[in-house]
Write a protein that binds this ligand. Sequence first.
Ligand SMILES: Cc1ncc(COP(=O)(O)O)c(C=O)c1O
Length: 371
Amino acid sequence: MPRFQPFDLEHYQSRFEHTVEANLADSSVKCLDVGSWLEPEEKEALLASGLFYPQVNGLQRLRERIAALYPDTSSEEVLVTVGTAQANLLVVSTLLEPGDEIVAFTPGYRQVPGLAANLGCRVREVAMDPDRDWMPDWEAFEAQVTEGVRLVAVVNPNNPTGRIFRPDEMERIVAACRRVGAWLHADEVYQGTELDGSESTSFRGMYDRVVVTNSLSKAYGLAGLRIGWVVASPEMTQELWRRHEFQVIAAAGPSMVMADLALAPEKRAMLLERQRRLSREGHALLTHWLEEHPELFSVARREATAIAFVRYHLDAPSLEVAERIRTEANLLVAPGAFLGAEGHLRLTVGYEEARIRPALQRIASVVQGMA
Ligand SMILES: Cc1ncc(COP(=O)(O)O)c(C=O)c1O
């Protein structure tokens, strides 16, 4: 077994996010509370729901609502999980064995590569270029997907870059997987966060070896529910379900009841709209701030998410810059190094102006002081 490597990004966040004055290190918009988005009769339904073990693969109506979000998908192809985090763990623990090879893009959210490395798999990285709005090096990608690669892992839209794969790029990824018979894992947790209001296409249905994961955390602003899902073929869903019984038995019952309410069509539209408004307003503030400090910061084009992956114009490691910001400004941002790209800081802008504007000013003061 390889030596265990911790999940640096999540560890940094879990150490400090509840003690700093302002936390901009996460990747959601401001999340909702339990009561404000529920009608009186919905609250009644929630309070009346039982606390026996809930249906292990997920409440039937919730799985139907999730299935309806994908083309030609039935509730038998959906498994409800504890966030995308557990959905991704299920994918790794079902599809990979020690010694397997996987291909992943960098910078990126390091959960799947990290789980795979801790299992004893070899992770091949494909770089995305900040000077070309984070376009992946497609030739390198194709060269990495060789016979023997078991899994290609993508995050689309991407964390931390906010880039969305073009349709021809999605075809290219699928073709490479098909060429060698690799599984394709698409973490689509930022689907629904596109800044132009469109909805990015799912990889679901493009290839028979696709496993899609997603949740209510980002696009719906309901991270605390810890409800996610996997969509896969009926046979693969059964395989995932067997591991789910070992890992957690089932997701939390009251959370699944709320997830079902959140995915009712009208409520879903309202939640998506709220998230997009917070995100767009935050990105507008960020653009203004960048214009005020062109000597300190720059950002590549953003297409989705409430995240800005800001390049700072300093010769200092990102953990040192983040630590200066935390200790001098009482404010948490995520160091780019924990996402595979030095020289950057990741911050969410999906909060109200009263929180974002002063926080950005404080970040600029600290970085100015280091210049
Ligand atoms: C790409 C990606 N996948 C998964 C997760 C975990 O999300 P969830 O809250 O759905 O477990 C995150 C959270 O930041 C993420 O960015």
